[in-house]
Design a protein around this ligand. Structure first.
Ligand SMILES: [Mn+2]
Length: 195
């Protein structure tokens, strides 16, 4: 039986959390962990309104089918600016990781192999392709990073020595410090699957 160490860091462009259009949710249960990262288009108070809608809706999605949850989020965000979003569910006993995303949230798994989970095109709340759930198997020690486009997309581990050392909180803060672009809200969600 594994456990998970999760941490979310949000850095609003304006410095004010009440104006941040990036948001995330983590619901860590006994047997599984649900997490989501959402980037509402644009930034500032209007983007924040849609982010609040997402924050209110997503905790209830823990344990549900990810495709159904993304479609639900799509309906909830229809009157807002639209967003990109990735949802995941990790089974703590088996390490099975389910991921579904629409739009350009980056999802990377750092383990024995480094992989990227590719999202579908689209904008949640506007026009969304049918979400697809991808299935991976984590091993103990693997690290999953999700981040918005407020963070440099294509960094590599050698760009920041010791990037994956320490707790999920330390990793998330390190990614933010090293790779934040400073032209948009930025968010980074880290999960480390541990024994
Ligand atoms: Mn963005």
């Amino acid at each position: 039986m594994g456990t998970v160490d999760c941490h979310l860091v949000l850095k609003p462009l304006t410095g004010l959390l009440e104006e941040c259009g990036d948001t995330g949710v983590v619901v860590a249960g006994e047997a599984s962990c649900f997490a989501a990262l959402v980037d509402v288009l644009g930034h500032g108070p209007e983007a924040r309104q849609s982010a609040i809608v997402a924050e209110t809706f997503l905790p209830g999605c823990a344990g549900a089918d990810l495709t159904v949850s993304l479609k639900g989020l799509h309906e909830k965000l229809r009157r807002g600016r639209g967003a990109v979003a990735t949802l995941l569910e990790l089974d703590l006993a088996s390490g099975e990781l389910l991921v579904a995303g629409v739009g350009n949230i980056t999802t990377r798994v750092f383990g024995v192999e480094h992989t990227r989970v590719l999202p579908r095109d689209g904008i949640v709340g506007y026009s969304m392709s049918t979400p697809r759930v991808q299935r991976l198997r984590l091993r103990i020690g693997d690290v999953v990073l999700l981040y918005s486009d407020g963070i440099r997309e294509s960094f590599e581990l050698h760009d920041c020595p010791g990037l994956l050392a320490g707790s999920a909180k330390e990793i998330a803060e390190r990614v933010m410090k090293a790779f934040r672009k400073q032209d948009d809200d930025a968010s980074c969600l880290v999960l480390r699957y541990t024994a």
